[in-house]
Design a protein around this ligand. Structure first.
Ligand SMILES: Cc1ncc(COP(=O)(O)O)c(C=O)c1O
Length: 462
Protein backbone atom coordinates (compact mmCIF):
# COMPACT_ATOMS: atom_id res chain seq x y z
CA UNK A 1 0.00 0.00 0.00
CA UNK A 2 1.40 3.46 -0.86
CA UNK A 3 2.13 5.66 2.14
CA UNK A 4 -0.64 8.16 2.78
CA UNK A 5 0.01 11.87 2.54
CA UNK A 6 -0.06 13.99 5.67
CA UNK A 7 -3.54 15.40 5.22
CA UNK A 8 -6.25 14.09 7.52
CA UNK A 9 -8.30 13.11 4.45
CA UNK A 10 -5.58 10.94 2.95
CA UNK A 11 -4.87 9.34 6.34
CA UNK A 12 -8.58 8.64 6.71
CA UNK A 13 -8.65 6.93 3.32
CA UNK A 14 -5.58 4.96 4.29
CA UNK A 15 -6.75 3.75 7.68
CA UNK A 16 -10.54 3.86 8.13
CA UNK A 17 -13.48 1.96 6.69
CA UNK A 18 -16.68 4.04 6.68
CA UNK A 19 -20.10 2.49 7.05
CA UNK A 20 -22.90 3.71 4.82
CA UNK A 21 -20.62 4.68 1.96
CA UNK A 22 -19.72 3.15 -1.35
CA UNK A 23 -16.23 2.13 -0.22
CA UNK A 24 -14.69 2.74 -3.64
CA UNK A 25 -16.24 6.20 -3.87
CA UNK A 26 -14.98 7.02 -0.42
CA UNK A 27 -11.45 6.16 -1.53
CA UNK A 28 -11.84 8.79 -4.29
CA UNK A 29 -13.86 11.37 -2.42
CA UNK A 30 -12.55 11.20 1.14
CA UNK A 31 -14.37 12.40 4.23
CA UNK A 32 -15.91 15.65 5.38
CA UNK A 33 -13.88 16.17 8.54
CA UNK A 34 -15.76 17.79 11.39
CA UNK A 35 -13.57 19.43 13.97
CA UNK A 36 -15.89 21.34 16.27
CA UNK A 37 -19.44 22.13 17.24
CA UNK A 38 -21.45 24.89 18.90
CA UNK A 39 -25.19 24.90 19.50
CA UNK A 40 -26.91 23.37 16.47
CA UNK A 41 -23.86 23.92 14.25
CA UNK A 42 -20.69 22.01 13.45
CA UNK A 43 -17.51 23.22 11.74
CA UNK A 44 -15.26 21.37 9.30
CA UNK A 45 -11.48 21.44 9.03
CA UNK A 46 -11.66 24.13 6.35
CA UNK A 47 -13.59 26.43 8.70
CA UNK A 48 -17.01 25.97 7.06
CA UNK A 49 -19.96 25.95 9.43
CA UNK A 50 -23.13 23.93 8.97
CA UNK A 51 -26.46 23.56 10.71
CA UNK A 52 -26.55 19.90 11.77
CA UNK A 53 -29.98 19.18 10.32
CA UNK A 54 -29.92 15.55 11.44
CA UNK A 55 -28.49 16.15 14.92
CA UNK A 56 -25.53 14.01 13.87
CA UNK A 57 -27.35 10.70 13.53
CA UNK A 58 -30.72 11.76 15.01
CA UNK A 59 -29.08 12.06 18.39
CA UNK A 60 -27.38 15.26 19.63
CA UNK A 61 -30.57 16.61 21.16
CA UNK A 62 -28.82 19.30 23.22
CA UNK A 63 -26.54 20.44 20.42
CA UNK A 64 -22.77 20.31 20.28
CA UNK A 65 -21.46 22.29 23.25
CA UNK A 66 -23.59 21.67 26.32
CA UNK A 67 -21.16 22.40 29.19
CA UNK A 68 -23.24 20.61 31.82
CA UNK A 69 -22.80 17.31 29.99
CA UNK A 70 -19.05 17.84 29.74
CA UNK A 71 -18.93 18.65 33.46
CA UNK A 72 -21.08 15.63 34.34
CA UNK A 73 -18.71 13.38 32.38
CA UNK A 74 -15.64 14.97 33.98
CA UNK A 75 -17.07 14.64 37.50
CA UNK A 76 -17.98 11.01 36.85
CA UNK A 77 -14.56 10.22 35.41
CA UNK A 78 -12.89 11.66 38.49
CA UNK A 79 -15.20 9.87 40.93
CA UNK A 80 -15.38 6.40 39.38
CA UNK A 81 -14.16 6.04 35.79
CA UNK A 82 -15.40 2.50 35.42
CA UNK A 83 -17.48 -0.14 37.03
CA UNK A 84 -19.57 -3.04 35.79
CA UNK A 85 -22.82 -4.79 36.50
CA UNK A 86 -21.72 -8.42 36.70
CA UNK A 87 -21.89 -10.71 39.72
CA UNK A 88 -24.14 -8.65 42.01
CA UNK A 89 -22.13 -5.44 41.60
CA UNK A 90 -22.94 -2.06 40.10
CA UNK A 91 -22.06 1.62 40.16
CA UNK A 92 -24.35 3.88 42.24
CA UNK A 93 -25.05 6.23 39.34
CA UNK A 94 -26.27 3.34 37.18
CA UNK A 95 -28.94 2.56 39.79
CA UNK A 96 -30.01 6.22 39.71
CA UNK A 97 -30.42 6.11 35.94
CA UNK A 98 -32.40 2.87 35.99
CA UNK A 99 -34.77 4.33 38.59
CA UNK A 100 -35.15 7.53 36.59
CA UNK A 101 -35.96 5.68 33.36
CA UNK A 102 -38.58 3.47 34.97
CA UNK A 103 -40.07 6.61 36.52
CA UNK A 104 -40.54 8.30 33.16
CA UNK A 105 -41.51 5.23 31.08
CA UNK A 106 -44.73 5.80 29.12
CA UNK A 107 -46.33 2.56 30.35
CA UNK A 108 -45.70 0.54 33.51
CA UNK A 109 -42.37 -1.17 32.97
CA UNK A 110 -40.37 -2.74 35.69
CA UNK A 111 -36.67 -3.21 35.00
CA UNK A 112 -33.85 -1.77 32.91
CA UNK A 113 -30.93 -3.48 31.21
CA UNK A 114 -28.21 -1.24 29.82
CA UNK A 115 -26.26 -1.51 26.58
CA UNK A 116 -23.95 0.68 24.52
CA UNK A 117 -25.91 1.23 21.32
CA UNK A 118 -29.41 1.01 19.96
CA UNK A 119 -28.41 -2.11 18.04
CA UNK A 120 -27.26 -3.82 21.21
CA UNK A 121 -30.41 -2.88 23.12
CA UNK A 122 -32.58 -4.34 20.36
CA UNK A 123 -30.36 -7.40 20.07
CA UNK A 124 -30.86 -7.93 23.78
CA UNK A 125 -34.62 -7.56 23.34
CA UNK A 126 -34.54 -10.45 20.87
CA UNK A 127 -32.55 -12.59 23.30
CA UNK A 128 -34.96 -11.83 26.14
CA UNK A 129 -38.00 -12.61 23.99
CA UNK A 130 -36.53 -16.04 23.29
CA UNK A 131 -35.51 -16.53 26.92
CA UNK A 132 -39.01 -15.48 28.06
CA UNK A 133 -40.76 -17.97 25.81
CA UNK A 134 -38.42 -20.76 26.88
CA UNK A 135 -39.22 -19.83 30.48
CA UNK A 136 -42.93 -20.10 29.71
CA UNK A 137 -42.43 -23.53 28.13
CA UNK A 138 -43.21 -22.26 24.62
CA UNK A 139 -40.04 -23.25 22.75
CA UNK A 140 -41.74 -22.82 19.36
CA UNK A 141 -42.88 -19.24 19.98
CA UNK A 142 -39.75 -17.51 18.68
CA UNK A 143 -40.41 -15.74 15.40
CA UNK A 144 -40.15 -11.99 15.38
CA UNK A 145 -41.99 -9.74 13.00
CA UNK A 146 -40.40 -6.52 11.87
CA UNK A 147 -41.42 -4.38 8.91
CA UNK A 148 -40.15 -3.55 5.47
CA UNK A 149 -38.09 -0.32 5.81
CA UNK A 150 -37.69 -0.72 9.57
CA UNK A 151 -34.34 0.18 11.08
CA UNK A 152 -33.41 -1.60 14.28
CA UNK A 153 -29.63 -1.82 14.02
CA UNK A 154 -26.69 -3.63 12.50
CA UNK A 155 -25.80 -6.63 14.66
CA UNK A 156 -26.46 -9.99 13.04
CA UNK A 157 -29.89 -10.20 14.66
CA UNK A 158 -30.91 -6.54 14.50
CA UNK A 159 -29.71 -6.07 10.92
CA UNK A 160 -32.01 -9.00 10.22
CA UNK A 161 -34.87 -7.05 11.79
CA UNK A 162 -33.91 -4.02 9.74
CA UNK A 163 -36.07 -4.14 6.65
CA UNK A 164 -33.63 -2.52 4.23
CA UNK A 165 -31.91 -4.58 1.54
CA UNK A 166 -28.50 -2.88 1.78
CA UNK A 167 -28.25 -4.08 5.38
CA UNK A 168 -28.81 -7.70 4.25
CA UNK A 169 -27.13 -7.96 0.86
CA UNK A 170 -24.08 -10.24 0.98
CA UNK A 171 -24.04 -10.18 4.78
CA UNK A 172 -26.03 -13.43 4.53
CA UNK A 173 -28.96 -11.86 6.36
CA UNK A 174 -31.68 -12.02 7.52
CA UNK A 175 -31.24 -14.93 9.90
CA UNK A 176 -34.02 -17.48 10.41
CA UNK A 177 -37.11 -16.68 12.48
CA UNK A 178 -37.23 -13.01 11.45
CA UNK A 179 -40.18 -11.96 9.28
CA UNK A 180 -40.92 -8.64 7.60
CA UNK A 181 -44.46 -7.35 7.45
CA UNK A 182 -45.92 -4.36 5.63
CA UNK A 183 -44.36 -0.93 5.69
CA UNK A 184 -47.00 1.51 6.98
CA UNK A 185 -46.30 4.18 4.37
CA UNK A 186 -49.62 5.35 3.00
CA UNK A 187 -48.10 7.54 0.26
CA UNK A 188 -46.10 4.63 -1.21
CA UNK A 189 -48.19 1.60 -0.39
CA UNK A 190 -51.76 2.88 -0.06
CA UNK A 191 -54.01 1.76 -2.92
CA UNK A 192 -55.70 4.36 -5.13
CA UNK A 193 -58.57 5.93 -3.20
CA UNK A 194 -57.68 4.11 0.02
CA UNK A 195 -57.89 6.34 3.13
CA UNK A 196 -55.26 6.17 5.85
CA UNK A 197 -57.75 4.35 8.08
CA UNK A 198 -58.57 1.80 5.37
CA UNK A 199 -54.87 1.32 4.71
CA UNK A 200 -54.27 0.76 8.43
CA UNK A 201 -57.11 -1.81 8.53
CA UNK A 202 -55.63 -3.64 5.54
CA UNK A 203 -52.19 -3.74 7.17
CA UNK A 204 -53.64 -5.01 10.44
CA UNK A 205 -55.54 -7.65 8.51
CA UNK A 206 -52.34 -8.66 6.67
CA UNK A 207 -50.54 -8.93 10.00
CA UNK A 208 -53.32 -11.15 11.33
CA UNK A 209 -53.05 -13.35 8.24
CA UNK A 210 -49.26 -13.50 8.51
CA UNK A 211 -49.43 -14.63 12.13
CA UNK A 212 -52.16 -17.17 11.31
CA UNK A 213 -50.14 -18.52 8.38
CA UNK A 214 -46.95 -18.84 10.44
CA UNK A 215 -48.88 -20.26 13.40
CA UNK A 216 -49.59 -18.00 16.39
CA UNK A 217 -47.74 -20.49 18.60
CA UNK A 218 -44.56 -19.67 16.62
CA UNK A 219 -44.75 -15.85 16.64
CA UNK A 220 -43.23 -14.17 19.68
CA UNK A 221 -42.96 -10.44 19.07
CA UNK A 222 -43.47 -7.45 16.83
CA UNK A 223 -40.86 -4.67 16.65
CA UNK A 224 -41.85 -1.14 15.71
CA UNK A 225 -40.37 2.32 15.65
CA UNK A 226 -43.25 4.71 16.45
CA UNK A 227 -42.05 6.77 13.46
CA UNK A 228 -39.72 4.82 11.16
CA UNK A 229 -36.51 6.82 10.94
CA UNK A 230 -33.73 5.57 8.69
CA UNK A 231 -36.27 3.84 6.43
CA UNK A 232 -37.42 7.32 5.37
CA UNK A 233 -39.16 9.09 8.29
CA UNK A 234 -42.41 7.22 7.86
CA UNK A 235 -45.21 8.51 10.04
CA UNK A 236 -47.80 5.83 10.80
CA UNK A 237 -51.22 6.26 9.18
CA UNK A 238 -54.20 7.18 11.35
CA UNK A 239 -55.47 4.28 13.53
CA UNK A 240 -52.52 2.03 12.55
CA UNK A 241 -51.08 1.21 15.97
CA UNK A 242 -54.52 0.83 17.54
CA UNK A 243 -55.39 -1.84 14.96
CA UNK A 244 -51.98 -3.52 14.97
CA UNK A 245 -52.00 -3.80 18.77
CA UNK A 246 -55.39 -5.53 18.70
CA UNK A 247 -53.93 -8.20 16.42
CA UNK A 248 -50.86 -8.63 18.63
CA UNK A 249 -53.02 -9.03 21.73
CA UNK A 250 -55.23 -11.58 20.02
CA UNK A 251 -52.21 -13.78 19.28
CA UNK A 252 -50.29 -13.13 22.51
CA UNK A 253 -47.45 -11.46 20.60
CA UNK A 254 -45.22 -9.04 22.49
CA UNK A 255 -44.72 -5.47 21.26
CA UNK A 256 -41.25 -3.93 21.37
CA UNK A 257 -41.20 -0.17 20.81
CA UNK A 258 -37.89 0.94 19.35
CA UNK A 259 -37.66 4.48 20.72
CA UNK A 260 -34.03 4.92 19.69
CA UNK A 261 -34.94 7.97 17.57
CA UNK A 262 -38.40 8.86 18.88
CA UNK A 263 -37.57 8.75 22.59
CA UNK A 264 -37.00 11.95 24.60
CA UNK A 265 -39.27 14.59 23.06
CA UNK A 266 -38.53 14.10 19.36
CA UNK A 267 -42.16 13.60 18.27
CA UNK A 268 -43.61 16.25 20.59
CA UNK A 269 -44.07 13.91 23.57
CA UNK A 270 -41.47 12.43 25.84
CA UNK A 271 -41.94 9.12 24.00
CA UNK A 272 -43.13 8.27 20.51
CA UNK A 273 -45.25 5.61 22.22
CA UNK A 274 -47.28 8.45 23.76
CA UNK A 275 -47.71 10.22 20.43
CA UNK A 276 -49.16 7.07 18.85
CA UNK A 277 -50.62 5.37 21.90
CA UNK A 278 -48.38 2.31 21.96
CA UNK A 279 -48.51 0.04 24.98
CA UNK A 280 -45.25 -1.90 24.56
CA UNK A 281 -43.93 -4.80 26.64
CA UNK A 282 -40.38 -3.60 26.05
CA UNK A 283 -38.86 -0.25 25.06
CA UNK A 284 -35.39 0.30 23.68
CA UNK A 285 -33.84 3.75 23.75
CA UNK A 286 -30.42 5.32 23.09
CA UNK A 287 -29.25 8.42 21.17
CA UNK A 288 -30.98 11.35 22.96
CA UNK A 289 -30.78 9.42 26.23
CA UNK A 290 -27.34 11.02 26.60
CA UNK A 291 -27.71 13.56 23.78
CA UNK A 292 -25.14 11.18 22.25
CA UNK A 293 -22.33 12.68 24.33
CA UNK A 294 -21.57 9.20 25.62
CA UNK A 295 -22.58 5.84 24.10
CA UNK A 296 -25.40 4.39 26.16
CA UNK A 297 -28.65 2.56 25.46
CA UNK A 298 -31.32 1.01 27.62
CA UNK A 299 -33.91 -1.70 27.31
CA UNK A 300 -36.89 -1.48 29.63
CA UNK A 301 -38.99 -4.59 30.19
CA UNK A 302 -42.35 -5.39 31.79
CA UNK A 303 -42.78 -7.13 35.13
CA UNK A 304 -44.22 -10.37 33.62
CA UNK A 305 -41.16 -10.66 31.35
CA UNK A 306 -38.87 -10.03 34.29
CA UNK A 307 -40.66 -12.60 36.45
CA UNK A 308 -40.28 -15.25 33.73
CA UNK A 309 -36.57 -14.38 33.48
CA UNK A 310 -36.18 -14.76 37.23
CA UNK A 311 -37.71 -18.25 37.15
CA UNK A 312 -35.60 -19.30 34.17
CA UNK A 313 -32.32 -18.01 35.58
CA UNK A 314 -33.10 -19.70 38.88
CA UNK A 315 -33.71 -22.95 37.02
CA UNK A 316 -30.51 -22.57 34.96
CA UNK A 317 -28.47 -21.17 37.84
CA UNK A 318 -27.43 -18.02 35.97
CA UNK A 319 -28.76 -15.27 33.74
CA UNK A 320 -26.01 -15.61 31.16
CA UNK A 321 -25.92 -12.11 29.74
CA UNK A 322 -23.90 -8.95 30.36
CA UNK A 323 -21.23 -6.80 28.79
CA UNK A 324 -18.19 -4.95 30.03
CA UNK A 325 -19.39 -1.44 29.36
CA UNK A 326 -23.16 -1.79 29.90
CA UNK A 327 -24.35 0.84 32.38
CA UNK A 328 -20.93 2.51 32.33
CA UNK A 329 -20.89 5.04 35.19
CA UNK A 330 -19.63 7.93 33.04
CA UNK A 331 -22.26 7.33 30.37
CA UNK A 332 -24.92 6.88 33.05
CA UNK A 333 -23.93 10.17 34.70
CA UNK A 334 -24.17 11.98 31.36
CA UNK A 335 -27.56 10.40 30.65
CA UNK A 336 -28.86 11.46 34.08
CA UNK A 337 -27.67 15.01 33.49
CA UNK A 338 -29.28 14.99 30.03
CA UNK A 339 -32.63 13.92 31.50
CA UNK A 340 -32.31 16.62 34.18
CA UNK A 341 -31.67 19.25 31.51
CA UNK A 342 -34.72 18.11 29.49
CA UNK A 343 -36.88 18.60 32.59
CA UNK A 344 -35.29 21.81 33.94
CA UNK A 345 -35.28 23.59 30.58
CA UNK A 346 -38.66 22.20 29.55
CA UNK A 347 -37.22 20.88 26.30
CA UNK A 348 -40.55 19.18 25.63
CA UNK A 349 -42.36 22.52 25.85
CA UNK A 350 -39.74 24.04 23.56
CA UNK A 351 -40.18 21.25 20.99
CA UNK A 352 -43.94 21.75 21.06
CA UNK A 353 -43.50 25.50 20.56
CA UNK A 354 -41.06 25.37 17.63
CA UNK A 355 -42.14 22.16 15.86
CA UNK A 356 -45.03 23.84 13.99
CA UNK A 357 -42.52 26.25 12.45
CA UNK A 358 -40.59 23.30 11.01
CA UNK A 359 -43.62 21.24 10.02
CA UNK A 360 -45.46 24.13 8.39
CA UNK A 361 -42.27 25.34 6.76
CA UNK A 362 -41.60 21.91 5.24
CA UNK A 363 -45.16 21.71 3.98
CA UNK A 364 -44.58 24.89 1.99
CA UNK A 365 -42.45 22.68 -0.31
CA UNK A 366 -45.36 20.34 -1.05
CA UNK A 367 -46.08 22.16 -4.31
CA UNK A 368 -42.46 22.01 -5.52
CA UNK A 369 -42.12 19.96 -8.73
CA UNK A 370 -39.59 17.59 -7.11
CA UNK A 371 -41.42 16.97 -3.85
CA UNK A 372 -43.73 13.97 -3.85
CA UNK A 373 -44.54 13.99 -0.15
CA UNK A 374 -43.75 16.11 2.87
CA UNK A 375 -44.15 14.29 6.16
CA UNK A 376 -43.13 14.51 9.77
CA UNK A 377 -44.11 15.11 13.36
CA UNK A 378 -42.48 17.13 16.12
CA UNK A 379 -38.90 17.94 15.17
CA UNK A 380 -38.67 15.08 12.70
CA UNK A 381 -39.48 15.50 9.03
CA UNK A 382 -38.79 14.43 5.47
CA UNK A 383 -39.15 15.46 1.86
CA UNK A 384 -39.54 12.61 -0.61
CA UNK A 385 -38.13 13.62 -4.00
CA UNK A 386 -39.83 12.09 -7.02
CA UNK A 387 -39.49 12.27 -10.78
CA UNK A 388 -43.22 12.53 -11.33
CA UNK A 389 -45.53 13.95 -8.69
CA UNK A 390 -48.66 12.50 -10.31
CA UNK A 391 -47.51 8.91 -10.70
CA UNK A 392 -45.12 9.12 -7.69
CA UNK A 393 -42.47 7.55 -9.94
CA UNK A 394 -39.09 7.54 -8.24
CA UNK A 395 -35.83 8.50 -9.92
CA UNK A 396 -33.60 5.69 -11.13
CA UNK A 397 -31.35 5.12 -8.06
CA UNK A 398 -28.20 5.46 -10.18
CA UNK A 399 -29.08 9.08 -11.00
CA UNK A 400 -28.29 10.00 -7.40
CA UNK A 401 -30.81 12.81 -7.06
CA UNK A 402 -30.92 12.54 -3.27
CA UNK A 403 -27.13 12.51 -3.09
CA UNK A 404 -26.97 15.57 -5.35
CA UNK A 405 -29.49 17.35 -3.13
CA UNK A 406 -27.44 16.38 -0.07
CA UNK A 407 -24.33 18.02 -1.54
CA UNK A 408 -26.20 21.18 -2.52
CA UNK A 409 -27.68 21.45 1.00
CA UNK A 410 -24.14 21.07 2.34
CA UNK A 411 -22.98 23.87 0.02
CA UNK A 412 -25.76 25.99 1.50
CA UNK A 413 -24.55 25.27 5.02
CA UNK A 414 -26.91 22.46 6.04
CA UNK A 415 -26.08 18.85 6.78
CA UNK A 416 -29.00 16.47 6.24
CA UNK A 417 -29.30 12.77 5.46
CA UNK A 418 -30.57 11.50 2.16
CA UNK A 419 -32.05 8.04 2.39
CA UNK A 420 -31.82 7.49 -1.35
CA UNK A 421 -34.25 10.24 -2.42
CA UNK A 422 -35.86 10.89 0.94
CA UNK A 423 -34.37 13.90 2.68
CA UNK A 424 -34.43 13.43 6.43
CA UNK A 425 -34.53 16.37 8.83
CA UNK A 426 -34.06 15.94 12.55
CA UNK A 427 -32.30 18.95 14.09
CA UNK A 428 -31.08 19.15 17.67
CA UNK A 429 -34.09 19.64 19.97
CA UNK A 430 -32.67 22.98 21.14
CA UNK A 431 -33.04 24.55 17.69
CA UNK A 432 -34.69 27.98 17.70
CA UNK A 433 -37.09 29.46 15.18
CA UNK A 434 -34.36 31.51 13.45
CA UNK A 435 -32.31 28.41 12.78
CA UNK A 436 -35.42 26.53 11.63
CA UNK A 437 -35.97 29.35 9.14
CA UNK A 438 -32.34 29.13 8.04
CA UNK A 439 -32.70 25.36 7.64
CA UNK A 440 -35.79 25.87 5.48
CA UNK A 441 -33.97 28.49 3.39
CA UNK A 442 -31.11 26.05 2.75
CA UNK A 443 -33.59 23.35 1.75
CA UNK A 444 -35.35 25.74 -0.61
CA UNK A 445 -32.12 26.70 -2.36
CA UNK A 446 -30.95 23.08 -2.53
CA UNK A 447 -34.29 22.13 -4.10
CA UNK A 448 -33.89 24.89 -6.70
CA UNK A 449 -30.33 23.80 -7.51
CA UNK A 450 -31.39 20.16 -7.78
CA UNK A 451 -34.30 20.99 -10.07
CA UNK A 452 -32.01 23.07 -12.31
CA UNK A 453 -29.53 20.16 -12.47
CA UNK A 454 -32.26 17.68 -13.30
CA UNK A 455 -33.65 19.90 -16.04
CA UNK A 456 -30.20 20.52 -17.45
CA UNK A 457 -29.27 16.85 -17.46
CA UNK A 458 -32.75 15.56 -18.29
CA UNK A 459 -32.53 13.00 -15.50
CA UNK A 460 -34.98 10.29 -16.40
CA UNK A 461 -37.56 8.44 -14.38
CA UNK A 462 -36.88 5.01 -12.91
C1 LIG B 1 -34.79 3.29 15.39
C2 LIG B 1 -33.38 2.83 15.54
N1 LIG B 1 -33.13 1.70 16.19
C3 LIG B 1 -31.88 1.26 16.37
C4 LIG B 1 -30.81 1.94 15.86
C5 LIG B 1 -29.42 1.42 16.04
O1 LIG B 1 -28.76 2.21 16.95
P1 LIG B 1 -27.14 2.26 16.97
O2 LIG B 1 -26.72 2.91 15.71
O3 LIG B 1 -26.85 3.04 18.20
O4 LIG B 1 -26.69 0.85 17.08
C6 LIG B 1 -31.02 3.13 15.17
C7 LIG B 1 -29.89 3.91 14.62
O5 LIG B 1 -30.04 4.85 13.91
C8 LIG B 1 -32.34 3.58 15.00
O6 LIG B 1 -32.59 4.70 14.31
Amino acid sequence: MPRPGNSAASRDIAYQVHGYTNLRKHQEKGPLIITGGKGVRVTDDAGNTYIEGLAGLWCTALGFDEPRLVEAATRALKKLPYYHGFAHRTADVTIDLAEKLIGIAPVPLSKVLFANSGSEANDLAIKLIWYYNNALGRPRKKKIISRVRAYHGITVATASLTGLKPNHNDFDLPIARILHGDCPHHYRFGEPGESEEQFASRLADNLDKLIEAEGPDTVAAFFAEPVMGAGGVIVPPATYFEKIQKVLKKHDVLLVADEVICGFCRTGNLWGSQTYNLRPDMISCAKALSSAYMPIAALMISEPIFQAMVRESDKLGLFGHGSTYAGHPVAAAVALETLDIYRERDILGHVRRVAPRLQQGLRRFAGHPLVGEVRGVGLLGALELVKDKKTKAAFEPATGVGAYFHDRARDEGLLIRNMIDVIGICPPLIIGEDDIDETLGCLERALAATLAWIEKNRVTAG
